[in-house]
Design a protein around this ligand. Structure first.
Ligand code: HSE
Length: 432
């Protein structure tokens, strides 16, 4: 049978856009043999057509106007890789209104404006594909939608921001400063154009929203999800965590909190060093998924960069060519996002304290008044100088609601013997 020929247009020609064109050129035979489809890039919109790039496009393909791509009569599929949520929305919405399938890597756009986009997709019968938007080269969306179609997701936890994972590792292993590690991640093309989104947790937060959508069939309200980043992580926190048998990782958790609510949160957490997620280093991403039938599954791979992300874009192009259905919110109205203060984990809590009699008793009785008990307590005992002042104390608690922990911490702050704002991390157990 003759190959199907599909003409595509690209909006955005940065690291990933160039990667898509290169793979389409270099692997054209393989893609055609495996999928029966030949893709031809006919129009590419970019900010600066004069910029030197390590690729040659067909004559007349380059433009600075996205409308030249979307409205081009020969362009059948539109690939949006420009980022941002304003112009990118116009690009995607215009393509869908023309009935053109859209392939995008834009997690912020889908997480923030998914409701409008999926409504247009349904109205105009034009699917939206977004494998590249979550965890780069890991086929997590395909796995959840296809391989695990028969399973309910009981628990999902992942490292889904390569930049933060890279920074945490370089700070720990190479002793780099936070700024130098971030600079490296930017030079390697891992970070977003605006790296604030990586560091403050929102890049992973947006991806967690999409994983929630795919897993539970509703569009989570971003404002109800919980997101914090790695800005507050100190090297001393990482060292202490390691001493206690944990790694600090930016973890996103998506799992049912009740019959009607889904817990969706991203934060720097303590991860037991025995868990596979603790072993995920550098730009690598991983998702640990527990399904009610399949049990535990673990998917690992490169989460950012040209090759992995472009690979995901091309998988979506092939899906679109086969007219596989895009995402539709089949559970709209059935779920909302769980109140973060009602979610439960264990916690690591660290306090700076005065070295005086009765300090431990005051602190522990304050925890027990709130119904929080401990699985361990640690203070800075140095065996070579047992007379040194005790100026900090740390605890690992049993599971408690975040709201209760926050109240406890507020109370601790007002104790005279506590000399700084307590810090805390969730200790993840990855159970349902
Ligand atoms: N900035 C993102 C990351 C790129 O570091 O994971 C891939 O989405």
């Amino acid at each position: 049978m003759a190959n199907k020929k599909i003409k595509i247009g690209l909006v955005g020609f940065g690291t990933v856009g160039v990667g898509v064109c290169k793979i389409l050129q270099n692997q054209a035979d393989l893609i055609a043999k495996r999928s029966g489809v030949e893709f031809e890039v006919v129009k590419v919109a970019m900010r600066d057509t004069a910029k030197e790039r390590d690729i040659t496009l067909p004559a007349g393909a380059a433009t600075t106007d996205w409308q030249d791509v979307v409205n081009h009569p020969e362009v059948e599929f539109v690939v949006e890789l420009m980022g941002g949520t304003d112009t990118a929305y116009e690009v995607v919405a215009s393509a869908l209104k023309l009935g053109k399938p859209v392939i995008t890597g834009n997690k912020a756009l889908l997480a923030e404006r998914g409701e409008e986009i999926f409504a247009l997709s349904e109205q105009h019968q034009a699917p939206v594909y977004f494998e590249a938007s979550v965890a780069g080269g890991i086929p997590i969306i395909k796995s959840l939608r296809e391989a695990f179609v028969s399973n309910s997701v009981v628990n999902l936890a992942g490292i889904i921001n390569g930049t933060c994972n890279y920074i945490l590792e370089r700070m720990t292993d190479a002793g780099l400063s936070y700024q130098d590690a971030l600079k490296e991640a930017m030079e390697l093309g891992y970070a977003e154009a605006d790296p604030t989104l990586d560091i403050n947790g929102w890049d992973a937060g947006h991806k967690a929203i999409l994983l929630g959508a795919i897993s539970y069939g509703f569009l989570p309200d971003p404002e109800k999800t919980y997101v914090s980043g790695i800005e507050q992580v100190q090297l001393s926190d990482i060292e202490l965590a390691n001493k206690l048998g944990y790694a600090i990782k930016l973890i996103s958790v998506v799992k049912p909190a009740s019959d009607k609510t889904i817990e969706i949160r991203t934060q720097a957490s303590f991860v037991p060093q025995t868990h596979l997620l603790a072993k995920v280093d550098g730009v690598f991403n991983a998702v640990a998924m527990q399904g009610d039938e399949v049990g535990d599954s673990f998917i690992y791979g490169r989460g950012a960069g040209a090759g992995p992300t472009a690979t995901a874009v091309i998988a979506d192009l092939v899906d679109a060519a086969g007219s596989a259905a895009g995402f539709l919110p089949y559970n709209a109205g059935s779920y909302t996002v769980a109140d973060i203060d009602e979610t439960e984990t264990a916690y690591f809590v660290s306090l700076a304290v005065k070295d005086e009699p009765g300090v431990m008793a005051q602190i522990t009785s304050h925890f027990s008044e709130q119904g929080i008990s401990f699985s361990g307590t640690f203070s800075n005992v140095d065996p070579s100088s047992p007379d040194a002042a005790m100026n900090s104390v740390s605890f690992i608690t049993h599971k408690a609601k975040l709201g209760t922990l926050k109240r406890t911490i507020k109370g601790l702050e007002s104790l005279d013997c506590v000399t700084s704002t307590p810090t805390f991390y969730r200790v993840e157990s990855f159970d349902s």
